[in-house]
Every structure is written in structure tokens, then in C-alpha cells.
Design a protein around this ligand. Structure first.
Ligand SMILES: Cc1ncc(COP(=O)(O)O)c(C=O)c1O
Length: 364
């Protein structure tokens, strides 16, 4: 069958998932939690299995109620989606149409440029600064009368760098009020700077309270370990949240995902311990890479970025040979997720076989 191609679609690449790992290898390519789901979460999901013949509750009352209470916001300001990637798409569709501009740092979350193009809008990529951080001055300077939305990915994927709360507040204050600032905090729970610690839940929500043109994205995929169930949430001004509800794909968030999210909020103390473990492995990963001479960047997320440039494929080859699957951007760098302790042991062996052998001998 020959159908005429949809204008613009040919230039949009399909989303590239983190590579699958062969049996027995460490899959560190998708920033997933290395921990299996908590028994209480599995139990909550199992309880819903007998109702699979029913559609999910589209207004997700329980989880939205819990989130509204937790953040002390109006339930009408909270929306859930099939992962925060769906909410990012909703927010773009809510404010940007044909020819409008959406600004984000680059490199950042790979889905942003495609989601913007799918909406018919124009992606405006502002290069990260020399320290792999958002260049907020350049992002501000990139705003034009056609700009409708600016993403700030904090911590940034794939570099793991953060914009501080005060710096972000100055930025938000300077952005015109008819441009929506979307603060994507998918990795905020792994942040050990004041940005997270000061507000105990990410600074984005505080900025949402103080400014009329801020929305925040959070996900249950990373710190809560529910990547396979697909649920995230946005907190946005009511008029924007109302528009999101119009552009959302109906029934996108299953009842299983809603129940798992509620059970996860009930288990936050347990999950926080797991997050601390991942943070400890992230720090080990950084040291292992730097000790082996790779230019790894300190990270506040659950992964470490190695801007290896021309040597990215070489590093990827070493990792693969050592049974580690990472996310590689040839010519730019390699992003390695902070997995379990044995996963990071593997990375250590892979990047510095001589070094680790010598250490093991010294310990023997
Ligand atoms: C910065 C950022 N935002 C959003 C997402 C989407 O995550 P999910 O759709 O699983 O919530 C990701 C996933 O990798 C991400 O890196």
C-alpha cells in the first residue's frame, strides 16, 4: 500500500530504547531501578488483576488525591500519564502548535525533539555549557515571540548535572509569563544538592507555587522502580492541566499502575533506602571511571555521563566485552546507569582490567 507521507513525519526518528542486554549481562542503558518491585507493590497490583475486564478510572482519584495532599495543591492541578514522557507530550500539545517554538538544552532527554516535532512545533536546542550544564542565559536569549514552552531537565539526562534552586528561580522569574516553564524532575530523588534537600521534594514544586507559568514533571519510573507499569504525574496551573486532560489519550494509565503508585507512596521510607543505595553505587561508578582515566562527570541522577567524544565507541566496546550494556552516543559520550553493586563491579572490571586485577592481588 502506498500512502502519501505525512508532512514532517519523515524527519522524526522513532524513539530509540536503551539497548537490551544479553542474558547474564548488566543492563545499564535505561536508568532503571536495579531493585525488583517491593512485595507490597506487587500485592497491590495483584489485587487488581481480577478486574482486568474493566477500563481504568480515567480521573485516577486515589493517586491524584494522594499527590494533591502530599504537595498541598488542588487536585485539579495534578494529572497522571503513561509515564512522564506522555505528560511531556501533553504539555507540548497543550501550548504549542504549528510553527511555535519549544526550547530545551541539548543534549538532554532524547524524546524532547521528537515530541515537539510531532506536535508540529519547532524544537530549539540550546547547547549545554562547557560543564555539561544548562546554559540558562543562552536559553533565555533564545526566547522569541513564537516560544511557548521551555523544558528544564533537572537533573539533566544524560549528563546528571543540576541547575541550583536560586539560579532556576532567577531564570523562571525572567521568562515571560506567556511561556510555560516545564521543570522535568524525573531524577530529582537522586539529587544530593540543596536543590532536593532544601525543599525535600525538589525545588520545582516551590517554583510552581510562586510563579503562574511553571509546571513540574515527576515519574514513578526511576526512584520508585515502576518503569514497566508506566505512570508519572504533572503539577501544572489549572488552565494548563485542563488542556492536558483534553489532549490526553483516554485510559492511558491502567488501574494496575494507579494502585502500584499509591502503594509506592505508602512505602516511601523503604524506597528511600533503595535510592540511597543507588546513590552510593553512582558515586562508586564515578570513581571507578575516573580512576580508569575516563572523563566521567559528577552526577546527581541515577547514571553517570562520560563525555568521551571520539572514544565513546571504544568505551562502549570495553563495557560490552565486560558484560555491561550502556547507552552510547557515538562521537559524544556514554551514559551508564547506576545499577547494583555487582553491576558496578562489572564496570570496574571492564574499564580497568589491569587495575582491578592488581587491586585484587593486593587484597589477596
Ligand atoms: C528526563 C526524563 N524525563 C522523563 C522521562 C520519562 O520517563 P517515564 O515516561 O518513564 O516517566 C525520562 C526517561 O528516561 C527522562 O530521562
Amino acid at each position: 500500500m502506498t500512502l502519501p507521507s505525512r508532512p514532517g513525519l519523515d524527519s522524526i526518528p522513532a524513539y530509540r530504547q536503551g539497548r537490551a542486554a544479553p542474558a547474564g549481562a548488566s543492563k545499564l542503558s535505561s536508568n532503571e531501578s536495579p531493585h525488583p518491585p517491593l512485595p507490597s507493590v506487587v500485592h497491590a497490583v495483584q489485587q487488581r488483576l481480577s478486574a482486568l475486564n474493566r477500563y481504568p478510572r480515567m480521573n485516577a482519584p486515589e493517586i491524584i488525591g494522594r499527590l494533591a495532599e502530599r504537595y498541598d495543591v488542588d487536585a485539579a492541578q495534578v494529572t497522571v500519564g503513561a509515564g512522564s514522557v506522555e505528560l511531556a507530550a501533553q504539555l507540548i500539545h497543550a501550548v504549542a502548535g504549528e510553527g511555535d517554538e519549544v526550547i530545551f538544552a541539548w543534549r538532554s532527554f532524547e524524546a524532547y525533539p521528537s515530541l515537539v516535532r510531532i506536535a508540529g512545533a519547532v524544537p530549539v536546542e540550546v547547547p549545554l555549557d562547557g560543564d555539561h550544564r544548562h546554559d540558562l542565559h543562552a536559553m533565555l536569549a533564545a526566547i522569541t515571540p513564537r516560544t511557548r514552552l521551555v523544558f528544564v531537565c533537572n537533573p539533566n539526562n544524560p549528563t546528571g548535572t543540576v541547575v541550583g534552586a536560586a539560579e532556576l528561580e532567577r531564570f523562571v522569574a525572567a521568562v515571560p509569563r506567556d511561556v510555560l516553564v516545564v521543570i522535568d524532575e524525573a531524577y530529582v530523588h537522586f539529587d544530593r544538592t540543596d536543590y532536593f534537600a532544601g525543599a525535600h521534594r525538589g525545588a520545582g514544586i516551590e517554583l510552581f507555587r510562586r510563579f503562574p507559568h511553571v509546571a513540574v514533571l515527576h515519574t514513578f519510573s526511576k526512584a520508585y522502580g515502576l518503569a514497566g507499569l508506566r505512570i508519572g504525574y504533572a503539577i501544572a496551573p489549572v488552565d494548563i492541566a485542563d488542556r492536558q486532560r483534553k489532549v490526553a489519550v483516554p485510559f492511558g494509565v491502567t488501574d494496575l499502575a494507579q494502585a502500584a503508585a499509591v502503594a509506592s507512596l505508602d512505602a516511601e521510607a523503604e524506597l528511600a533506602e533503595r535510592v540511597d543505595e543507588v546513590v552510593a553505587q553512582r558515586e562508586r561508578l564515578l570513581t571507578v571511571l575516573q580512576d580508569a582515566g575516563w572523563p566521567a562527570v559528577p552526577s546527581e541522577a541515577n547514571f553517570v555521563w562520560v563525555p568521551a567524544g571520539d572514544r565513546a565507541v571504544e568505551l562502549d566496546d570495553l563495557l560490552q566485552a565486560g558484560g555491561v550494556v550502556a547507552r552510547t552516543f557515538p562521537g559524544e559520550g556514554v551514559r551508564i546507569s547506576a545499577g547494583s553493586e555487582p553491576d558496578i563491579d562489572r564496570v570496574a572490571h571492564a574499564v580497568a582490567p589491569a587495575l582491578t586485577a592488581a587491586r585484587e592481588e593486593a587484597h589477596a
